[in-house]
Ligand binder design. Structure first.
Ligand SMILES: [Zn+2]
Length: 131
């Protein structure tokens, strides 16, 4: 019997970190830009020197959609495109506001919610501040 080690992909690593409550971004050693969603190579300069880093978690709501759902299905859901201060964007939701109270320009901070062992990135609105 032989044991084979399969190299872990960056996306699997990212999810494992999320499951442990940590939200990390890749930062490119070639051009210094942040990269998200995780990749094997930098989309800006092609470098494969991508380093995992913790970061501010701060961002701004760039676009917002309210997905209408029946109360039985969990009610309306906010889907927001968040631009992090590090310059990358991701789809997520603002968790501490009513779905239709989320505004473009709202300042938010990332938080990892771990449910059933699986980590998910959510955002909380930061009091009063709009960009
Ligand atoms: Zn780069």
């Amino acid at each position: 019997m032989t044991t084979q080690t399969i190299p872990e992909g960056v996306q699997a690593f990212h999810q494992r970190e999320l499951d442990a409550g940590r939200f990390l971004l890749q930062c490119c050693g070639g051009c210094g830009r942040y990269v998200y969603y995780p990749r094997e190579g930098c989309p800006h300069c092609g470098s494969t020197t991508l380093e995992w880093k913790s970061f501010s978690g701060l961002g701004t709501v760039h676009a917002v959609t309210t997905v209408r759902r029946k109360p039985a299905d969990g009610g309306d859901l906010n889907v927001s495109l968040i631009e992090l201060d590090e310059g990358v964007r991701l789809m997520s939701r603002v968790d501490n506001l009513a779905p239709d109270a989320v505004r473009i320009g709202q300042r938010v901070k990332a938080r990892v919610r771990v449910k059933d062992g699986r980590g998910l990135v959510l955002f909380d609105a930061i009091d009063g501040a709009t960009a």
